[in-house]
Design a binder for this molecule. Structure first.
Ligand code: CAA
Length: 390
């Protein structure tokens, strides 16, 4: 018999005490430490390292790594809750965390050998080191299997050559998960994943990108020129790299969906606060139905998006297939965030267009959620493929 907190598909919507604690801790931290800095982070184009260290000290950088590796040992749903809170305050800070957790800690946890976990997972989970995920290239984004960065076996190691693009945390990361092609004729079956440390000869950080939004997170080009990587740094099987990348992105898409919910919530909360203060035609603008309907739509869509995020995270926690659920959550939540940001600017009116107010930052930050970790068009493609299978 379903309880009142259970949906028809058997998902329990009641959070455990542990999950509520993670949510509360993140909410307090975001409100006290992140939100007051969000404007400066955007303006100065940098998330301060001490803020990242503070997030690490709360366990957020290793949120679902086991405690034996220095992590917090929580689940994917707790991570989604934390992501929403951090991103409600600052999307730049949110993506620094999620690129590290979803795209580096997670694949190491799932595909790393014991030796690799000892060496790399521990410092990443404690936040002593920061990670980045190097998949995209100048000429391959959505078509990830078309990558040109090459990996050539050479004695007891591998030699990497090529360029990676749009790499979040690319300049600040200490450890990169790098995907490279061993045999272009084999297409996705020729791809391998490598753990490459900063300072490895032949590995350098190239151009830093200037972005519309999430300006506090660094996005860099990474160059590999005869970069020698020891065989011990091959992550998973040679040839399994593409599946490692895509299964990693399935988890990443849940946290980007949570980021979108966080941004949309910021839009709703900031709009509500402003509409209750601002007067026009002799009354507070919140009293106008035109404003109320915008707020009602935002609130409803945010709740719906959050439910999709929780469902996808729950499936991941259960070890069940979450490809479809993650893509649906990301597709819907990013759309909700972009729409909420547009309405937020509209409610703020002229002030929405000024950098003195947060609305324009939300507007700029929201857009990326429709692009990175798989565009909305790729999400539609994944969803269609999954539902056609059934
Ligand atoms: N998990 C594991 N394996 C998967 C998978 C998944 N989610 N999806 C597909 N596969 C497997 C398939 O089963 C197939 O396996 P077999 O060889 O055994 O048959 C193999 O992968 C190839 O599948 P496809 O033929 O479907 O692959 P494709 O080349 O047509 O690509 C795609 C499919 C969905 C378009 C994929 O390329 C994709 O998701 N592209 C988007 C890439 C992306 O998200 N990039 C984001 C960059 S990272 C980023 O943005 C990070 C950041 O900065 C924050």
């Amino acid at each position: 018999m379903a309880t009142t907190t259970e949906t028809a598909t058997g998902f329990d919507l009641a959070l455990s005490e542990e999950q509520e604690l993670a949510q509360r801790t993140a909410r307090d931290f975001a409100r006290e430490k992140v939100l007051p800095r969000a404007h400066d982070i955007d303006e100065q184009g940098k998330v301060p390292r001490e803020l990242i260290t503070e997030m690490a000290s709360l366990g957020f950088l290793g949120i679902y790594a086991p405690e034996s590796y220095g992590g917090a040992g929580l689940d994917a749903l707790s991570y989604a809750l934390v992501s929403e809170e951090i991103n409600r305050a600052c999307a730049s800070t949110g993506v620094v965390m999620s690129s590290h957790v979803s795209l580096v800690v997670d694949p190491l946890l799932h595909y790393g050998s014991d030796a690799q976990k000892d060496r790399f997972l521990r410092p990443l989970a404690t936040g002593a080191k920061l990670g980045c995920f190097a998949l995209s290239e100048p000429a391959s984004g959505s078509d990830a299997a078309a990558m040109r960065t090459s990996a050539r076996r050479d004695g007891d190691g591998w030699v990497l050559n090529g360029t990676k693009n749009f790499i979040t945390n690319g300049a600040s990361a200490d450890i990169a998960i790098v995907f490279a092609q061993m045999d272009p004729k084999a297409r996705h079956r020729g791809i391998a994943a490598f753990i490459v440390e900063k300072g490895t000869p032949g590995f350098s950080v190239g151009k830093l990108e200037h972005k519309l939004g999430i300006r506090g997170s660094d996005t860099a080009q990474l160059n590999f020129q005869d970069c020698r990587v020891p065989a011990a740094n091959l992550l998973g099987e040679a040839g399994a790299g593409f599946k490692i990348a895509l299964s990693t992105l399935d988890g990443g898409r849940i946290s980007i969906a949570a980021q979108a919910v966080g941004i949309a919530r910021a839009c709703l909360e900031d709009s509500l606060a402003y509409a209750k203060e601002r007067e026009a035609f002799g009354k507070k603008i919140v009293e106008f139905q035109a404003i109320q309907w915008k707020l009602a739509d935002m609130a409803t869509e945010i709740d719906a998006a959050r439910l999709l995020v929780w469902r996808a995270a729950t499936l991941k926690d259960r070890g069940e297939d979450h490809i479809l659920a993650a893509a649906q959550a990301k597709l819907f939540a990013s759309d909700v965030a972009v729409r909420a940001a547009r309405e937020c600017v509209q409610i703020f009116g002229g002030y929405g267009y000024l950098t003195d107010f947060p609305a324009e930052r939300h507007y700029r930050d929201a857009k990326i959620t429709e692009i990175y970790e798989g565009t909305s068009e790729i999400m539609n493609l994944v969803i269609a493929e999954e539902i056609l299978k059934e």
